[in-house]
Write a protein that binds this ligand. Structure first.
Ligand code: TXA
Ligand code: MG
Length: 327
């Protein structure tokens, strides 16, 4: 009997021509980026982009980032581009920065969830850059995880959850940054951050001055991606002082995610470290893989502590807080 919810036997590899063929046929393909793996489809074809929502089980009020090959392609999909956006794109593309810009009419409303702005990004991963160069269209791509779950940073993570649902996973190795892009919009002549991410705010402020914050808008359709509970493991996930949290649950199996080595914890606690020596880039790179590992472990409860609240630590802490929001 056919299982129509599993329409594909998913292949994994580095075949750019094959990935391009599926995309040209209007199917979805998982692609590596320097931030996290994306689930890509033709951004100019609504019926192709619609499959992304279907595969991810993503509500259609949550718009998709459009990945373009280069800075020069920006005016093909956006108009009235502010000078600040140009300056940021010149400074940080290709890289982990997404810009919200007034959309051109060639971007289907489905992709922007009916919003007037399109999210554009030039990704830095060489395999995806090569794919975008050979395709005649840009790629809409959210993170390649079921809606609400932890984002994938390896091809295996994608396969574990979307295997059978998509035809191909382009394997570009582990993501080098490990956190999604920083999302910046522009309002009343100011840059506004909508999502903290792989590009630290201080780098952005070096170019455009102080950036206003508009985070955590749990039901605001202007920034739907900032749902309060997101990136969430299935197990209860508690954030705070790990020692106190572990002591409060003496009869449970606890997995603890510490920022770095150095703390003694009781015997019923399995200890994991986000970093070996406190390097925030290492922590960003490892965060999502560790959340998956802990979620798959035999622990009843996951407890974690925040990273130092500076640089990439702010984005790490944002993800930890959202992971804990439903528990
Ligand atoms: O690093 C990344 O940004 C990764 C890789 C694959 O590029 N993509 C990613 O996509 O994280 P996603 O869909 O998981 O998160 C994109 C966020 C969503 O929260 C969405 O609501 C917001 O961007 N977004 C996308 N288009 C938007 C728009 N037109 N207006 C406002 N927010 C938008
Ligand atoms: Mg996502």
């Amino acid at each position: 009997m056919n299982d129509y919810s599993m329409p594909f036997s998913t292949a994994v590899g580095v075949d750019l021509a094959l990935a391009a063929q599926w995309l040209i046929r209007g199917e979805t393909v998982a692609v590596p980026t320097e931030t996290v793996y994306g689930l890509a489809a033709n951004a100019l074809q609504a019926s192709a982009a619609a499959k992304i929502f279907e595969v991810k089980n993503r509500p259609n009020f949550d718009p998709l980032i459009v990945h373009i090959p280069s800075f020069d392609a920006m005016p093909d999909f956006a108009e009235n581009i502010p000078d600040m956006a140009i300056a940021l794109a010149r400074a940080f593309w290709p890289g982990p920065l997404t810009l919200l810009l007034p959309k051109r009419s060639n971007i289907p409303d489905l992709v922007t969830a009916g919003l007037p702005r399109v999210a554009l990004r030039v990704p830095a991963h060489p395999l995806l850059a090569a794919l975008l160069d050979i395709l005649p269209f840009p790629l809409a791509a959210p993170s390649a995880n079921p809606f609400g779950y932890v984002s994938p940073t390896t091809a295996q993570h994608v396969y574990d959850q979307l295997g059978g649902k998509i035809p191909y996973i382009l394997d570009g190795g582990p993501a080098s940054i490990g956190l999604e892009s920083t999302i910046i919009g522009f309002e009343a002549g100011r840059a506004v951050v909508h999502r903290l991410g792989g590009l630290p705010l201080a780098d952005i402020e070096n170019i455009v001055g102080t950036v206003a914050q508009q985070l955590n808008q749990s039901s605001n359709p202007a920034a739907p991606g900032m749902l309060k509970s997101h990136y969430a493991p299935r197990k209860p996930f508690l954030l705070g002082n790990v020692q106190a949290l572990a002591n409060a649950h003496p009869r449970h199996k606890i997995a603890a995610l510490l920022f770095q080595p150095g703390q003694e914890l009781p015997d019923h606690v399995a200890v994991y470290h986000l970093t070996d020596s406190g390097d925030l880039r290492e922590g960003a790179r490892r965060l999502f893989a560790l959340l998956r590992l802990l979620d798959a472990s035999d622990a009843d409860i996951i407890v974690a502590e925040l990273a130092p609240d500076e640089g990439l630590g702010q984005a790490i802490n944002d993800r930890l807080r959202r992971a804990a929001a439903k528990s």
